[in-house]
Design a protein around this ligand. Sequence first.
Ligand code: NIG
Ligand code: FE
Length: 408
Amino acid sequence: MILIKNIGELVGIVPAGVLRKQGAEMAETGVLRDAWLAIEDGKIAGFGQMADLAVASTGSATAIDARGGMVLPAFCDSHTHIVYAGSRDGEFLDKINGLSYEEIAARGGGILNSSDLLHETSEDELYAQSIARVREMMGKGTGAIEIKSGYGLNPADELKMLRVIRRIKESVPALVRVTFLGAHAVGRGYTHEEYVQVMVDMMPQAAEYADFVDVFCDEGFFTVEDTDRLLSAGAACGLRPKIHANELAVSGGVQVGVRHGALSVDHLERTTDVEIEVLRGSSTMPTMLPGSSFFLGIPFGRAKEFIGAGLGIALASDYNPGSSPSGDMRFVMALGCIRMRLTPVQALNTVTLNSAYAMGLSDITGSITPGKRADLLLTRPGWTLTKLPYLYQTPFLRTVFLGGRPLE
Ligand code: NIG
Ligand code: FE
C-alpha cells in the first residue's frame, strides 16, 4: 500500500457511478483539504482528512509526504494523432507567411505530407518517434490517451499505424484507446469514391485493432453521406464513432455523429444553436480542441454556451503535426480558462472525467473515486487548482502515478 499524507488539496473527488458531468454539474468537484489518500493494487483504496487518519492504518504503508502539495486525477486526452513520422515545420513557415490550413492542404501539404513521410518510415522508426511523444505526455501528467490512425491513407499503411498504436498500448502504463481514422483525407492515387469504398472494405481488418471509428467530416474532406457509410460499416464491426466535425465549416458532422450514437463529436469550432439542440439529451460528448484553435488562429468552441444549454464538454489536445503540435494538457486546461472562460473546476472536469467519458473509460479513471485506477498527479507544495491554469508554464508536477506506480 502507498499512503500519500499531508495533501494540501485533494481535488476531483467524484462519487462512484458518475460517468460524466453536464451543465451546472460542470462547476462542481469534490475537494478535501489536509487530506490523505491510499493506493492499493494500483487502485484508489480510500481517502480522508489527516485529522481522521488512524495511526494503525499507516503501519504497513509506504508513506509519501505531500508537504501540502495538491493531488488530482491524471489528465485524460481523448483526441490525439501522435503516431506520425517526422515533422511539418516547413508548413509552419507557410502558415507564418499567411497560408491557411486549407491552402496548405490544397497544395499537397497537410495530412498528405504526413502520409508521404509515414510511407517512407519503417515501422520500428515510426514506433520510436511516437513512443517518445507518449512518454513526453505521460511526463506532463497524461494517464489515458486516445490515438488515431489516419496518416496511412491506404490499407497497408493504415494497418502499419494500427500495429504501432497497439505496440504503444502494450508498452506504456497509460491507458490507450485506438481509433481507426482511415477517412482523414483521400489517399494518393484514389478518386474520392474509390477511397471511401476501400476504407469501408478494410473496416473488419481495422476493427481487429481499433475501439472506435473516426471520419474527418468537414468541408473539402468527407461529406455527411460518406460519413454515414463509413460509420455504418464501423458499427457492423462493433466500432463506435468518435468523429471530427465542424472545424472548417458547419458540416453536418454533429448531426450524423449523434444519429450514429457517437461517443464524442470533436473540434466544433464552428457551430450554431442547431448543433447544441441536436446534442442535448444524447450520449455524445461534445469535445473541443483549444490547442488547434490557438495554433491555427480559428475560433474557439462555444464552451460556455454549450454548458449553459445543459451539455457537458471535454477538452483534448488534438496533438498532431499540422494543427496542434503539443500534447500538454495543462496548457489545454489553461486555454479553456483563458480563451474559453471556463472556471478552473469546469476546466478540470473537461480534461479528466469528461475526457475519460469520451474514450469510454470514465468507469475506471478520470476522478478521485475509490476503486478507480490510481492515475494521479501529486504537485509540488503550494499549488492549488486555480494556480494550475493561471501559472500555466511554471513546473508544477512532483510525481505522476499511473496505475498506482510512480512514473520513472
Ligand atoms: O484534428 N482536422 C483534421 N485532422 C487533424 C489535423 C491533422 C493534420 O493536419 O495533420 C486535426 O486538426
Ligand atoms: Fe484531430
